[in-house]
Design a protein around this ligand. Structure first.
Ligand code: MOS
Length: 749
């Protein structure tokens, strides 16, 4: 373990905490612009067909209305918008085609928000309406098998024959519902033009993507566009580059004034992305001792008509357990819906629900303890590729969490544990998430007063990113964390990959460590060259920055003296490209292209973080109300940078996992293909009373193979597998196997 990674981990209060709780933190729609006009979206009330005509007479007569923009008057000159995976998407305003309900078909601009909203409500639209296809099994949906590409649909051996010959077989179908991110901060965009240059204030998980892709759609040079997003009020995958931005920019240019859009919460359900509903067919074949002989996993995912977007979690489920015969497949089902997109652990949340429920069913068939079934199938080798995991501490997670949870008190006979009128259930499941890395660049200035300023176009999506960057810089330069100022959320700063796939902690830390190493080398080299220094003539590589000093060869000198000698103010710029990515990775990312080294796509090792969830719940004998009593989850995710914010991420993830098991579902009307519960009153999420006791264990794990700092990333793993752990506990309590989420009392009656 490197000295720097060993120095990380101490619980540290977030440096932006006070700004956030006092309201000083500026979210993008809080940024002041001079004399803004306000935009309100007109959205389609039908899901399929086309616009026949607009009647905007009454709308235009509303006092304060400046302009109403539709496809009829916006004019051309834009590039096609692309979906989250680069495929075509259902955008808006290009023509009169209606792809989905709630599609943006017009933008009202007015002196006030209220006038814009009133005019939008007075806009009349006539449609040529066709019957839409809402979801799976709706008439008119089309299904296509995912196109085979490198690494897709993992397959090995002969799964069909091995299944036929297996002494134990388990075959089951599972499903998960559509869900929406519902970030508390809405999907806002403010655009301001000055001297032909555009500034965008919009919450973004990819600053340089927002900048570069908006420039591309506007056919502008990227250096004429700046994106600013210093804080983000929840994103979870929903706040990437999107087609809304360039429409607001175009309309702002057209009216010659800054323009601010704050869409409503219900509009957020259809103008942004969501987690698509999925279906799964799983077949497991096993020997008497529980060893898996065959694994078959086929998934179906809903997408929009034109987009091939899918998440293909079989990439992960195929790699979970030792198994000689594996077959997987993924299908995309096209319906008249908005294009789905990333939502916290996009592939693993639905696909691991299927696998981890099936493992529990198999354990029951085999009369084996579910932990022991995981143990006999545990492996240090990726079963698909035959290469080692960079590290895998799955069973350590199970053992530590089981001990704290008190798993030995579980009676495996369903319905056998009682507490008065309540049936008691214990359940467990595996969590996993690939350790991804992206390219990044950063700039650091260090002055003789011992202060460092870091600039990186990183993303504070609530994870504590400002603090982790400050901690890594401080530990690498031997400074207190308070001496480091971090600037992020501005595309004028050096680029970093999208804050997605839990990569940004590793990507940012690696590049910051590299820049700090340049600063250390500058200071050390100046010291060994100085005839008056006690370090004169020593090997510069042997000198270290530690606790405000330059240290080495038995000597110590204050950092102040050492920096002054090297030039009073020192600057470093570094780029980091994880091995395996092309040399052009930083340049490609700067153009808005996603460039990521996926943990399952590496040639040297397969890199994943692992974890284990345990749940105790009670189900009322008569009402079938489900109450979760407590959870214990253990995670081994390599180096932890800040134990405090890491624990928060794990807790948030596990609570979202409970939500996905028991609460959340976006209801889709089968006839109109519209979302029914598009508000926070009807869209169910857990409240404090639903999550009484959430225990988190961070299992220490040193991994020098995942990357030089051993950082695996923690943003997404917490949610993965919790839905299965709950379903498995429900089975233990009642003997009822619920294979379709969410689990509601009516499923248990
Ligand atoms: Mo995440 S769903 O990759 O923001």
């Amino acid at each position: 373990m490197s000295a720097l990674s060993a120095a990380l981990g101490k619980p540290t209060t977030r440096i932006d905490g006070i700004a956030k709780v006092t309201g000083a933190a500026r979210y993008p729609s809080d940024e002041p612009v001079a004399d803004p006009a306000f935009a309100y979206l007109i959205t389609s009330t039908i899901a399929r067909g086309s616009i026949q005509a607009f009647d905007l007479t009454e709308a235009r007569a509303v006092p304060g209305v400046i302009d109403i923009v539709t496809y009829e008057n916006i004019g051309g000159g834009f590039d096609e918008a692309r979906g989250p995976d680069g495929g075509p998407t259902t955008t808006t305003l290009e023509d009169n085609h209606i792809w989905h309900a709630g599609q943006i078909i017009g933008i009202v601009v007015a002196e006030t928000y209220e006038a814009a909203r009133e005019a939008a409500n007075k806009s009349k639209v006539s449609y040529i309406e066709e019957a839409p296809s809402a979801t799976f099994d709706s008439p008119g949906v089309t299904t296509e098998a995912r196109q085979p590409e490198a690494g897709s649909n993992p397959r090995k051996g002969d799964a069909a024959s091995a299944y036929a010959d297996a002494p134990f077989k388990l075959e089951a179908r599972y499903s998960t519902p559509a869900q929406h991110h519902n970030p508390i901060e809405l999907f806002t965009t403010t655009c301001e033009w000055k001297d032909g240059k555009l500034t965008i204030y919009e919450p973004s998980q990819f600053m340089w993507g927002t900048k570069a892709l908006t420039a591309k759609q506007l056919k502008m040079a990227p250096d004429q566009v700046r994106a600013i997003s210093r804080y983000i009020g929840g994103a979870f995958g929903s706040k990437g580059p999107n087609p809304r931005t360039h429409w607001i920019a175009r309309v702002a240019r057209r009216i010659g004034r800054p323009l601010k859009l704050v869409p409503t919460r219900d509009q957020g359900f259809t103008i942004a992305t969501f987690r698509a509903e999925t279906r799964h067919h799983v077949k497991l074949g096993a020997a008497e001792n529980g060893r898996l002989l065959s694994l078959f996993h086929e998934g179906w995912e809903v997408s929009s008509r034109p987009s091939p977007y899918h998440v293909a979690g079989v990439e992960s489920t195929a790699r979970m357990y030792a198994c000689p015969n594996i077959q997987t497949a993924v299908n995309v089902v096209h319906a008249d819906r908005n294009t789905p997109g990333y939502m916290r652990a996009p592939p693993e949340t639905p696909y691991m629900f299927a696998l981890e429920s099936a493992m529990d069913e198999l354990a029951h068939e085999l009369k084996m303890d579910p932990i022991e079934l995981r143990r006999v199938n545990d492996t240090q080798t990726d079963p698909v590729e035959g290469i080692p995991f960079s590290s895998r501490s799955l069973m350590k997670c199970f053992d530590q969490a089981a001990a704290q949870f008190g798993w030995q008190r579980r009676n495996p006979v369903p319905g056998s544990m009682r507490d008065g009128d309540w049936l008691v259930g214990f359940g467990c499941a595996t969590a996993c998430y690939p350790s991804n890395m992206g390219p990044a660049a950063c700039r650091i200035a260090l002055t003789a007063d011992g202060k460092a300023v870091v600039g990186i176009a990183g993303h504070e999506i609530g994870t504590g990113a400002y603090t982790t960057v400050a901690i890594v810089t401080a530990r690498a330069l031997g400074l207190p964390t308070e001496s480091v100022t971090v600037h992020m959320g501005d595309s004028d700063l050096p680029p970093i990959m999208i804050a997605g796939g839990s990569n940004n902690a590793a990507s940012a830390s690696l590049v910051v460590a590299k820049a700090c190493e340049q600063l250390r080398a500058k200071i050390s080299e100046a010291a060994v060259k100085d005839a008056a220094s006690r370090f004169h003539g020593k090997d510069p590589a042997s000198l270290q920055l530690r606790d405000g000093t330059l240290t080495g060869a038995g000597h110590e000198e204050s950092l102040h003296t050492a920096i002054e000698r090297a030039g009073y103010r020192l600057e470093a710029y570094a780029e980091n490209i994880p091995p395996g990515l092309p040399a052009t990775a930083v340049a490609d990312m700067s153009k808005g292209k996603p460039v990521m080294l996926g943990g399952a796509a590496r040639k040297d090792v397969t890199a994943y973080a692992f974890g284990a969830h345990f749940v105790e719940l009670r189900i009322h004998r008569h009402t079938c109300e489900v109450r979760v009593q407590r959870t214990v989850s253990a995670f081994a995710a390599g180096t932890i940078i800040n134990a405090m914010t890491a624990c928060s991420q794990f807790m948030g993830g596990t609570i979202w996992g409970l939500s996905s098991a028991l609460h959340e579902e976006t209801e889709i009307d089968a006839n109109s293909a519209r979302y029914v519960n598009d508000n926070l009153a009807d869209y169910l999420i857990p409240v404090n009373a639903d999550v009484p006791d959430v225990g988190i264990i961070m299992v220490p794990e040193a991994d020098e193979r995942v990357n030089p700092l051993g950082i695996k990333g923690i943003g997404e793993i917490g949610i993965v597998g919790m839905n299965a752990a709950v379903a498995n506990a429900v089975f233990n309590a009642t003997g009822k196997r619920i294979r379709s989420l969410p689990i509601r009392p009516e499923n248990l009656l």
